[in-house]
Write a protein that binds this ligand. Structure first.
Ligand code: GTP
Ligand code: MG
Length: 147
């Protein structure tokens, strides 16, 4: 079963969207297996976004992510990585469809509310980076009606 790393960025936390976003993933049938609210240091932010190190917006991205708390989570479920990506919507809110998180709540490519791992490989790397403590394994009564 797949796990994916999801982070509500500082703008999402400041705008009071944690409950809305968590509720969407819960209702979808994904299972929350780790979560924490934290202030991010620049070392973690830089490691997280290492693939964008050479991009012109890298400095801006790191200072945004470290500017105010984020809500970090791990969600589990069948095809969790791609399910979360499609529920997030496209990176640029101009292209993200209504009904997606960015499509419903975002207006700017810099402040686009949410991060989700883009591959199983990156999900494993990011879960290792953000959650040194283990994720939880548990059953929920509704599991049999979801998969
Ligand atoms: P993440 O889930 O945050 O990784 O977004 P993504 O996978 O949809 O996009 P990508 O990995 O390509 O870019 C990472 C983040 O960098 C985006 O979510 C944006 O917040 C930011 N970003 C991407 N392109 C730009 C840009 O042109 N300008 C600015 N300011 N930020 C950008
Ligand atoms: Mg990305």
């Amino acid at each position: 079963i797949e796990k994916t790393f999801v982070m509500i960025k500082p703008d999402g936390v400041q705008r009071g969207l944690i409950g809305e976003i968590v509720g969407r993933f819960e209702k979808k049938g994904l299972k929350l297996v780790a979560a924490k609210l934290l202030a991010v240091d620049s070392k973690t932010a830089e490691a997280h976004y290492a693939e964008h190190k050479e991009r012109p917006f890298f400095g801006e991205l790191v200072s945004f992510i470290t500017s105010s708390p984020v809500f970090a989570m791990v969600w589990e479920g069948e095809n969790a990585v791609s399910v979360v990506r499609s529920m997030m919507g496209k990176t640029n809110p101009v292209d993200s469809a209504p009904g997606t998180i960015r499509g419903d709540f975002g207006l700017s490519i810099g402040m686009n509310i949410i991060h989700g791992s883009d591959s199983v490989e990156n999900a494993n790397r990011e879960i290792g980076l953000w959650f040194a403590e283990n994720t939880l394994t548990y059953s929920k009564s509704g599991d049999v009606w979801i998969q």
